[in-house]
Design a protein around this ligand. Structure first.
Ligand code: NAD
Length: 310
């Protein structure tokens, strides 16, 4: 299959590219390398994947490339992912996440692409989970607490629009907090990347607040499996991807300290950070029923794989 992976030089995208290349797909990575790294693509490029350095805000260049290569499937992961930056510069965040997505959809329409798999967020779109019935399913009211969450939700709206107007087949995967090898500390589950780095360098983890705040941590390999299943399905609309299990920051620090056999990996505590939710987890029942997907990597196994890769 011919496919595009926007954001394919990034953390999640590069793992997806590796899996696509491994199954024999012709892969074009579309990435401006703003946060993505060439080194993430070393083996994929050696195995025949192509990289086109392009900013998805450049509608004309993206449309021309898409028309030339006519990918059957577009995995759209390129995004401004920094939650704090999204609040400092919401217009830039929207330009990449909303405008860029509109450009991807318009290019797909022009080239007759069959399927768009958009990587959205479940961690930043529903707002505060405390006080709600956890885990949250897709019917939960949308209440983002950042411009990033809002721009991802707006982009989902454009997917639905292109389905209605032009019959494009699209799916939006609402991910929990993804972690694993190659992760940059800036992203939604950056805490794991930071803690792993500190563990290796002999530092101590800083916990903002009391550490009881929870997230639904999802191993990157499980996300890749879901993206492949989504591309091969006809399911449309929003689909949560998560474990349904809440893990606290205290649990992360404790588990990593144990796995790394680190004496003194005792957390230091700092004041809580504004705008962070206290609790969240995602119900992935729809993904299981319609994509035949469920996560297979336990938090402990995933943390071990992440540590081993550093
Ligand atoms: N990491 C998580 O926990 C998480 C959770 C939910 C959703 N997501 C989504 O998954 C996707 C991938 O995130 P990631 O964690 O791998 O982050 P990442 O920063 O590693 O990947 C994003 C990629 O997009 C590229 N990019 C950014 N702006 C671009 C532009 N204007 N034009 C072309 N390329 C551009 C970057 O260079 C990078 O390679 C994003 O859409 C993000 O919103 C991530």
């Amino acid at each position: 299959m011919d496919c595009f992976v926007t954001g394919g030089a990034g953390f999640i995208g590069s793992h997806l590219v590796d899996a696509l290349v491994a199954r024999g797909d012709q892969v074009t990575v579309v990435d401006d390398l703003s946060t993505g790294r060439l080194v993430n693509l070393d083996s994929a490029l050696a195995a025949g994947a192509k990289l086109v350095e392009l900013d998805i805000r450049d509608a004309a260049a993206l449309a021309a490339l898409t028309l030339e290569r006519k990918p059957e499937t577009i995995f759209h992961l390129a995004a401004q992912i920094d939650v704090r930056k999204s609040l400092e510069d919401p217009a830039f965040d929207a330009a990449v996440n909303v405008g860029g997505t509109a450009n991807v959809l318009e290019a797909a329409r022009g080239a007759g692409s069959g399927r768009i798999v958009f990587v959205s967020t479940g961690g930043a779109i529903y707002g505060e989970g405390e006080g709600q019935q956890l885990p949250l399913d897709e019917a939960t009211a949308i209440a983002p607490l950042s411009a990033y969450g809002q721009s991802k939700y707006a982009a989902e709206g454009y997917l639905a629009l292109y389905e209605r107007l032009y019959g494009l087949s699209t799916i939006a995967l609402r991910l929990g907090n993804v972690y694993g090898p190659r992760q940059d500390p800036l992203g939604e589950a950056g805490v794991i990347a930071i803690f792993c780095g500190l563990l290796r360098s002999g530092g101590r983890p800083t916990i903002f607040g009391d550490g009881t705040q929870t997230r639904d941590y999802l191993y990157v390999g499980d996300v890749v499996a879901a993206a492949l299943a989504a591309a091969g399905s006809e399911t449309t609309g929003a689909v949560n991807l998560g474990t349904g299990r809440e893990a606290s920051v205290l649990e992360l620090a404790e588990t990593l300290g144990r796995l790394g056999s680190a004496d003194g990996f005792e957390p230091e505590f700092a004041p809580p950070r504004a705008g962070e939710v206290q609790r969240i987890s995602l119900d992935a029942g729809r993904a299981e029923a319609e994509l035949g997907w469920r996560p297979t990597t336990s938090l402990e196994d995933g943390l071990r794989l992440t540590l081993d890769a550093i």
